[in-house]
Ligand binder design. Structure first.
Ligand SMILES: [Zn+2]
Length: 314
């Protein structure tokens, strides 16, 4: 039996005085191959589900015969260390602001440019994220550079084992915020790319992790890295939504009234916000009709934080 060919690479980013910052890349398969897929994980340091999914996927993956799979398991090692979303020291979101401006300052510039340079060597890029609040897992799909890429990403979104697909229009007002994200910059360079948002690890069971891992293994087969028996390649028809997000207009303790997957109408109460000083609760009224795909847990939320996402059918 042939063994999976795995090698590790360390890419130096910056000297931080007593320690050095580097990016670890794991290569699976043939580094000289034509067909190359890059998985990038943990751009946001506090997003952990992808690690568990990747660990299982690597264990169960067939031998990569027809290409190269490279995995950046943590694109934000300093954020991971600090258990925070942003990159410490520069205190920036590593998934915004691509490409960095000339003369922009900080370690983040080198890190972002290195990620862009790595990404430029691949045909397909899968960027793994994790929602922070209880959520349905999702594939985020934007329009691609070619019909071939559109077809591939459409297939990937249905094989990944996630619960919903969000079609995102990054030029519209709802999603404009994320237009400078890493994956979308890669698409602008002609790559096929999609973003996966898993549910937070504390709300994800072991069997869901397995489902995500098997989905990733299927998706990589669709990318052509190896062949899988036809039965395991089934595409699942899953709901496709545009997302509508609702932010908190006050600070307080959230008390959810609706659950994930529940259908809601515009005007319905989604939950309450308990005022810290008076202990009075005010309702959070849905501005949209659709399916609850993300809803805050019982926690303290600050003015302006996202509380609920409603999936609106297209
Ligand atoms: Zn993220």
């Amino acid at each position: 039996m042939t063994k999976q060919h795995i090698s590790h690479e360390n890419i130096a980013i910056a000297n931080l005085g007593g320690i050095d910052l580097s990016l670890s890349v794991t290569h699976v398969g043939n580094r000289k191959a034509q067909n190359k897929v890059l998985i990038i994980n943990n751009l946001h340091g506090n997003e952990l589900t992808g690690f568990y999914v990747l660990e299982e996927a690597l264990q169960s993956m067939p031998i990569v015969e027809n290409g190269l799979l490279s995995i950046i398991s943590s694109a934000n090692p300093l954020g991971l260390l600090h258990k925070q979303r942003f990159m410490p020291i520069d205190n920036v979101d590593l998934n915004r602001g691509y490409p960095p401006q000339a003369k922009e300052r900080g370690i983040q510039v080198v890190l972002k440019n290195t990620l862009l340079e790595i990404g430029s060597k691949y045909d397909v890029i899968i960027d793994l994220h994790t929602f922070v609040r209880p959520s349905l897992s999702a594939a985020m799909v934007v329009s691609q550079a070619s019909e071939k890429n559109t077809e591939l990403i459409d297939d990937l979104s249905k094989t990944l084992g996630v619960e919903v697909v969000y079609k995102m229009n990054i030029h519209g007002s709802e999603e404009k915020r994320v237009a400078s994200a890493f994956a979308f910059q890669m698409i602008a360079q002609g790559k096929a790319a999609c973003v996966v948002e898993y549910s937070p690890i504390q709300y994800t069971s072991g069997s869901e992790v397995t489902q995500f891992a098997q989905g990733l293994v299927r998706a990589l087969s669709r990318c052509g890295l190896y062949d899988l028996p036809e039965v395991s390649q089934v595409k699942k028809e899953i709901p496709t939504f545009e997302r509508r997000q609702m932010m908190s207009r006050s600070s307080g303790l959230f008390l959810p009234k609706k659950a994930l997957k529940e259908q809601v109408d515009k005007g319905e109460v989604l939950g309450y916000i308990i005022d810290v000083k008076t202990l009075e609760k005010k309702p959070l009224i849905s501005e949209y009709s659709g399916v609850v795909t993300e809803i805050a847990a019982r926690e303290f939320y600050v003015f302006g934080e996202k509380l609920v996402t409603i999936g609106v059918e297209q």
